[in-house]
Design a protein around this ligand. Structure first.
Ligand code: NCD
Length: 462
């Protein structure tokens, strides 16, 4: 009767957990596979009248639990994730009020995540700090999905946005999309522009004054995602970012994209965002782009789909709600099938469609990550980064990815803020590097803000 257990393969004994922190954790192939799953759910479980609405469920997630950890307000993201889990046949546990949890007693995110990892099979995390989701994934042995981390990213909103565009019969290649509003503070925009650049779309940016795309994000679009700006004399304050080469970063194995054609006049989609008041300190009057019937009267918008991640305040006129171009309520409805597909794939509910099995899936970039000795040297310059959260101090190590731009930059491992000026030292000889560090020895490296800080720590020029 007693049978020796079958020997486990390396893959079984060391399952690679896939987290979704940045939209760049998914390859284009994976995004499209996820959309076919979402489409399948709509076809089989959709409302016969309202085709964008999921109306019944499955039992494939029977026995599985998703934990919603929401440290910031949310309506759509949390409720659609929870609906998605329930429609798959799973269950949810929710902590959406920091005052009602041990956070109010001073518990760190690290400890909460360690504990919840033993209760649930999946964590959906929203947090006011940039980089909180990547940080949380360091302490979780179950997948962590980023449901918005400060002003950094909101990858699942991007999946809903892209899915909406496909359902609106838009092609990503050469798609002309206008993106307006608070491009600085909107995490949804940061994930969206990376994805659109990777998919070969052309973005015309219409930021409110002083709310331009962060320099970091813009530089990544150029350096890593083939972005290029095109002059646009007709629109003051607007600029295009178009891909000038197939996007082939080391992370993805995609089929070649054809070269892009010049920006035409027709606008396929308008993406509107609200002023992110919780991410800015000024409360004064501001000049903010407003999308209404008058704005859309220009013939170039006659076939534009209008998207908004919602909530809207007054940047998007309610008069548009009955306009055939308004796609934003369908966009919110698609949150359910898209998140069902994501949960099913990240949990591997269908073994043939596990996220980590996909060809062209996530591969290690091979970039050096420098894990700082406790309390030493360089700190992330972004004060809203999770690395500056006092409750996390005992658990946290400052970590930086060494990005091989010319000249190289250091990127905070958590919030992805770039640091242009720094020096790197070798702990073994207490010497400052003058050239690129050797990839084989990142554990010996330590970063400093400048030479003076390195000298103070006992390092000297090689
Ligand atoms: C967005 C967010 O939280 O970043 N909302 C959402 O998830 N749909 C956009 C916003 O709050 O403006």
């Amino acid at each position: 009767l007693s049978q020796a257990p079958a020997k486990k393969t390396a893959v079984e004994t060391e399952p690679r957990i896939r987290h979704l922190v940045s939209i760049n954790d998914l390859s284009n192939d994976e995004i499209f596979s996820l959309f076919s799953e979402a489409d399948r759910y709509l076809a089989t479980l959709g409302d016969p009248v309202l085709g964008y609405r999921i109306a019944s469920g499955l039992s494939i997630a029977n026995g599985k639990i998703a934990a919603s950890l929401f440290y910031e307000p949310s309506t759509r993201t949390r409720l659609s994730f929870e609906t998605a889990m329930i429609r798959l046949g799973g269950q949810v546990i929710t902590s959406a009020d920091p005052q009602a949890s041990s956070t109010s007693k001073g518990e760190s995110l690290a400890d909460t995540v360690r504990v919840v990892s033993n209760y649930a099979d999946l964590i959906v995390l929203r947090h006011p700090r940039d980089g909180a989701a990547r940080y949380a994934s360091d302490f979780a042995h179950i997948p962590v999905i980023n449901a918005g981390d400060g002003g950094h990213e909101h990858p699942t909103q991007t999946l809903c946005d892209l899915f909406t565009l496909t359902e609106e019969h838009k092609e990503f290649r050469n798609l002309n999309i206008t993106i307006s509003g608070d491009l600085k503070g909107s995490r949804t925009i940061h994930s969206l522009v990376y994805a659109l650049a990777r998919l070969g779309s052309k973005m015309r940016l219409l930021p409110a004054k002083g709310m331009e795309l962060p320099a970091n994000v813009e530089r990544r679009l150029r350096n890593e995602f083939g972005g290029r700006t095109e002059a646009d004399e007709s629109a003051i304050g607007a600029w295009y970012i178009t891909p000038d080469q197939p996007h082939q970063p080391a992370l993805f194995t995609e089929p070649e994209l054809p070269a892009s054609s010049p920006v035409g006049d027709r606008v396929d989609a308008v993406y509107v965002t609200r002023y992110q008041k919780e991410r800015h300190s000024d409360e004064g009057e501001r000049d903010y782009p407003r999308v209404d019937k008058k704005f859309l009267k220009d013939p170039k918008y006659s076939k534009s789909s209008v998207l908004h991640p919602l909530p809207r305040v007054d940047e998007l006129d309610t008069d548009l709600d009955t306009d055939r171009r308004a796609a934003y309520f369908r966009q919110a409805a698609y949150g359910v099938p898209v998140r069902m597909a994501l949960i099913a794939m990240i949990l591997g509910l269908d073994p043939a469609k596990r996220l980590r099995n996909f060809v062209g899936g996530f591969r290690d970039t091979g970039a050096i990550v420098i894990d700082q000795p406790e309390g030493a040297g360089l700190k992330c310059p972004n004060r809203n980064c999770i690395s500056h959260d006092r409750s996390e101090k005992p658990h946290l190590r400052d970590k930086f990815t060494y990005v091989t731009y010319t000249p190289p930059v250091l990127r905070c491992f958590y919030c992805e803020s770039d640091i242009d000026s720094f020096v790197i030292g070798d702990k073994r000889h207490r010497r400052i590097y003058t050239r690129q560090p050797k990839p084989a020895t990142p554990r010996n490296l330590v970063c400093f803000t400048d030479e003076a800080q390195a000298r103070q720590a006992g390092f000297s020029q090689a």
